[in-house]
Design a protein around this ligand. Structure first.
Ligand SMILES: [Zn+2]
Length: 154
C-alpha cells in the first residue's frame, strides 16, 4: 500500500524561498521514511497565486493521501488549519513535524555511529555534540567516574 502524505504548512506571509526549502526538506525526510510525499509547491500553479484556486487544487491532492504532515508553525496558517480539518474529517492520519524532531537521526560524536532520538551529553570526553547510548554508558560515564575518583585522591 502506498503511503501518500500531504505536506501542509504556512506559505503566505513568509519568504517564499525559505518556505520552498522547508517543504522540500520535509519531502526528503518523509521519502527517507518510506512515504510518498505530496508537496503543494508542486501543484502546478504559480506561487503566489489565487488563494481559492490553490486551495481547490491542494485539497484534491490532499484527498489522495493517507497522511497529512504538519510543518512547524502550521497553526498560524488559515490554509493549513483548514487542510488539517479536512484531512482528519476524511480519516487521514495527522503527523506533526514537532513530534518528529525527537526521532531525528543523529551522529554520535564519539564512535561516529548513527542513532535516533535524544542524544547524550558527551562531556567530559567531548565538549560538543551528542553521543549515543552505548558511548554514554561505556565511555562517558566511565570517564566521569574516573575523573571523580581522581579528584577525591588529590
Ligand atoms: Zn557512540
Amino acid at each position: 500500500m502506498s503511503k501518500k502524505v500531504y505536506i501542509s504548512g504556512a506559505i503566505a506571509h513568509y519568504d517564499l524561498e525559505e518556505r520552498k526549502a522547508a517543504f522540500s526538506a520535509a519531502a526528503t525526510h518523509l521519502r527517507a521514511q518510506g512515504y510518498e510525499p505530496m508537496n503543494p509547491f508542486e501543484n502546478g500553479l504559480p506561487q503566489p497565486g489565487d488563494w481559492r484556486e490553490h486551495m481547490r487544487v491542494d485539497i484534491d491532492m490532499l484527498l489522495e493521501c493517507q497522511y497529512i504532515y504538519m510543518l512547524k508553525g502550521w497553526w498560524v496558517s488559515k490554509g493549513a488549519k483548514l487542510e488539517l480539518d479536512v484531512a482528519t474529517s476524511c480519516g487521514l492520519k495527522p503527523m506533526f513535524e514537532e513530534d518528529d524532531v525527537h526521532n531525528e537521526e543523529h551522529k554520535c560524536c564519539i564512535c561516529g555511529k548513527t542513532f535516533y532520538g535524544y542524544g547524550n551529553d558527551p562531556y567530559p570526553v567531548k565538549e560538543e555534540g551528542e553521543c549515543c547510548e552505548s558511548c554514554h554508558w561505556d565511555v562517558v560515564l566511565k570517564e566521569r567516574f574516573r575523573l571523580a575518583k581522581e579528584k577525591n585522591q588529590v
